[in-house]
Write a protein that binds this ligand. Structure first.
Ligand SMILES: [Zn+2]
Length: 273
């Protein structure tokens, strides 16, 4: 089994949310709940305000650097349309697309359209126009989809999708590869609540169970979704969970690949078998 780690970019700045959605008041409520429940330290609380006033709600550069050190290919999903709690502009996205290109990252679309092929296609076209990248894949924001969505993604020309949460091996829909994923940061660390509700040791145990389950299902690729937003000292247990997970996979001799290399491997094995 190999691992494919990818990152959804949901936020870039604090100000992109002002007067557009309820993320900021929710964020302020959340940090107070977590502080009062003893889930975060005073240091994390202070750092969260510090990032707030710096207007910095992404950690893309820091994450790429960490991934490079550990031999993890960085694969991102960035949005070209706005959605629930996601309000950055195409101009802001383009700055990071250029940066990610310079640092040899794989870049896909963090999608918003899923229920008709016209909208799915125009979202992909907007991404191609902005980025110049024609080989991109996608993952839906909040992994939204209906029974037809994968077909629409394939018809729109996406090379891969990783929206499905399932313990299944990659499979093809038309010419698109679907890569089901198994581990999502928030689902592990929030334990079904709106705020961080389990501690790091519990999160590690939960994650080990998911990795075991992936082995039991004979998965060729373990899909992991980690949001760059949490790669920060202000989200200490999220940061510690991710760095632990990468080291844990390295210790267990699990190689890291991105979607593009995995597709090449899958296409090659199809020819030879
Ligand atoms: Zn998202």
């Amino acid at each position: 089994m190999k691992a494919i780690i990818s990152h959804d970019i949901d936020h870039i700045t604090v100000t992109e949310h002002l007067l557009r959605d309820t993320i900021v008041p929710k964020y302020i409520a959340r940090i107070h709940i977590e502080l009062l429940l003893g889930k975060i330290s005073t240091r994390e609380y202070i750092l969260r305000w510090s990032e707030f006033f710096k207007n910095k709600w992404q950690n893309i550069d820091e994450l790429i650097t960490f991934n490079n050190i550990k031999g993890v290919p960085s694969s991102f999903f960035i949005a070209v349309d706005k959605g629930i709690g996601l309000n950055y502009s195409n101009e802001a996205a383009l700055v990071w697309i250029e940066q990610m290109k310079c640092r040899s990252c794989e870049i896909g679309v963090h999608g918003m359209s899923f229920d008709n092929v016209v909208d799915v296609r125009s979202e992909r076209d907007a991404f191609v126009k902005l980025s110049g990248l024609t080989n991109a894949g996608m993952r839906m924001h909040y992994v939204k989809r209906n029974d037809e969505s994968l077909k629409y993604f394939s018809e729109a020309g996406y090379k891969y999708d990783s929206t499905i949460h399932a313990f299944e091996n990659p499979y093809k829909i038309g010419s698109m590869w679907e890569f089901p994923f198994q581990i999502m940061d928030g689902w592990v660390l929030e334990g079904g609540k709106r705020w961080q509700s389990i501690n790091l040791e519990q999160a590690k145990e939960e994650t080990k169970k998911l990795i075991d389950k992936a082995h039991q299902h004979n998965l060729s690729y373990l899909g992991i979704d980690f949001h760059d937003r949490y790669f920060s000292e202000s989200f200490r247990s999220w940061l510690d969970w991710y760095t632990w997970l990468v080291d844990h996979l390295i210790e267990n001799k699990i190689e890291f690949v991105n979607f593009d290399s995995a597709i090449k491997e899958l296409e090659k094995s199809k020819i030879t078998t």
